[in-house]
Design a binder for this molecule. Sequence first.
Ligand code: SF4
Length: 131
Amino acid sequence: MTTTLPTNPQASVLPSLSLRRLRDMVVAGDPGCICDPELFTGPADIEPEDEPAGDRAARIAVAREVCASCPVRLACLAYTLRTRPAAGVWAGFTPEEIAALVAAANRPARPRRNSALRPASAEPARIAEVA
Ligand code: SF4
């Protein structure tokens, strides 16, 4: 019996899935990055540091556009946040952006201030509307 993988499950389910399952969901979604991997990783015939900055920026911008309309982007993002790739564009993010997302997610939450408990004098001054 074959199990059918949903390509668009609820986002809340994604973190609980195994990496293998996430990867299989991404591949089953036939994403654009499979057709044109060099758009996401850079030209195969040159070292990453040798790719001109302008070419790199343009390539990443186009890769982000492909990711923006990808039907399995959430599964890709869930996979990416756990694997933290060192190169390429994943779910529309560079490795540096992915690292920043992971760091922000792991940062302890600050307690919310309850404005109802603050004295009125603590409220910021309102800027008068100009008629
Ligand atoms: S979101 Fe981007 S990197 Fe991820 S599977 Fe889709 S096209 Fe590929």
